[in-house]
Design a protein around this ligand. Structure first.
Ligand code: PMP
Length: 359
């Protein structure tokens, strides 16, 4: 099978070595004679996987196991949109939300089921083409402040995690492990696996232990961070194979090193933005200061060029570049597994398409 150049936003590309090791483990996990798909979740074979995945997560984020717990949950990003206010936002209480994109907005709307979600800043009126300014002040007594560090659909990204007077909760689904961050600024971090560190089916949560214990209401363990911590992510049967692939990705990430990964991600993004900015047929609608190094959004000035370029790219084995269905255009996702050579091939396709069609 020849590998296509895949720029999908999630489920996303994974390194060939990780795919091969997963395939091998599915046939026979580490030579134990049982498939990865069949090993029991309470078996030491799996608890070893879980322990190493938790330890590597803390190592790569620079967080301490005394202060933070790592959870592997199901239900994806939307489940976290609900679980968060369910745990920490009482009916008469307020939480602050930074409305920087589609997913940030949906998280905010979901909080309204449980308490009051206050919009602290928004770029919605500008179609999210830039990040909103971080609020100068905040109402007193917010239970937490929610931020989406990378806006997958609109291609904007917070360069740093802002300092926040209230517990900061970050949806890092599309940029965790992509650059060095001061994760200590966050009380809770969540990230779906299927973008930068694994397959769909598992969501990583890193929560400050004191925060997890500060629940707003009584909840069954399956909905409670504290309950899930007590159960060690083994309350219900976890997606064993998905977590194993995450572990392989975490090992791969560690072996390459966060500094190298960040430098490469910046090079890939700079190359693509430069190509788009120099183009006469394509443009990037996102303001320069807000641009994401993970999801690069671009469009064509002429409508007819859109379908033509999609087809042209496909002929060159370049796939997964269609923009989100709600915004159209193009989106190239440059997650960790995407190589600089693949990005160069996309840039070359943009340049040659331009030469052939710019008249
Ligand atoms: N947050 C962000 C930043 C996303 O990009 C997405 C899209 N995958 C979600 C949340 C929603 O995740 P899910 O599809 O797992 O509900």
């Amino acid at each position: 099978m020849s590998r296509k150049l895949y720029f999908g936003a999630g489920p996303a590309a994974l390194p060939q070595s990780v795919l091969e090791a997963t395939a091998e483990a599915i046939l026979d996990y580490n030579g134990c004679g049982i498939s990865l798909l069949s090993i029991g979740h309470r078996d030491k074979l799996f608890t070893d996987i879980l322990d190493e995945a938790c330890a590597l997560t803390l190592e790569l984020t620079g967080l301490s196991s005394d202060e933070y717990s790592v959870l592997w949950l199901q239900g994806g990003g939307r489940h976290q949109f609900a679980m968060l206010p369910m745990n920490f936002l009482g009916e008469d209480e307020q939480a602050g939300y930074i409305d920087s994109g589609h997913w940030a907005h949906e998280a905010m709307e979901t909080a309204e089921y449980y308490g009051e979600a206050v919009t602290l800043a928004s770029s919605r009126d500008d179609q999210y083409t830039h990040l909103p300014a971080w609020p100068k002040g905040m109402p007193a007594g917010l239970k937490y402040v929610h931020i989406t560090t990378n806006n997958t659909i609109y291609g904007t990204q917070w360069p740093d995690i802002p300092a926040c007077p209230e517990p900061l909760v970050a949806d890092m689904s599309s940029d965790i492990f992509s650059l060095k961050r001061d994760y200590n600024k966050c009380a809770l971090i969540y990230a779906v696996a299927q973008k930068n560190f694994g397959p769909a089916g598992v969501t990583l949560v890193i929560v400050r232990k004191s925060m997890a214990e500060s629940g707003a209401r009584r909840l069954p363990d399956v909905m409670s961070y504290a309950g899930q911590i007590r159960a060690g992510s083994l309350l219900n049967t976890p997606p064993v194979a998905a977590i194993y692939t995450c572990l392989l990705m975490l090992r791969w990430t560690k072996a390459r090193g966060m500094e190298t990964i960040e430098a490469e991600n910046r090079r890939k993004a700079a190359l693509l933005y430069q190509t788009i900015d120099q183009s006469k047929l394509f443009y990037c609608p996102v303001e320069k200061e807000s641009r994401s190094i993970m999801n690069v959004i671009f469009r064509t000035h002429r409508q007819e060029d859109e379908a033509a370029f999609l087809q042209y790219a496909e002929q060159r084995q370049i796939v997964g570049i269609k923009g989100h269905r709600s915004v159209g255009g193009f989106r190239a996702s440059l997650y960790n597994a995407v190589t600089i050579q693949e990005v160069s091939a996309l840039c070359e396709a943009i340049n040659t398409f331009e030469q052939q069609n710019n008249q």
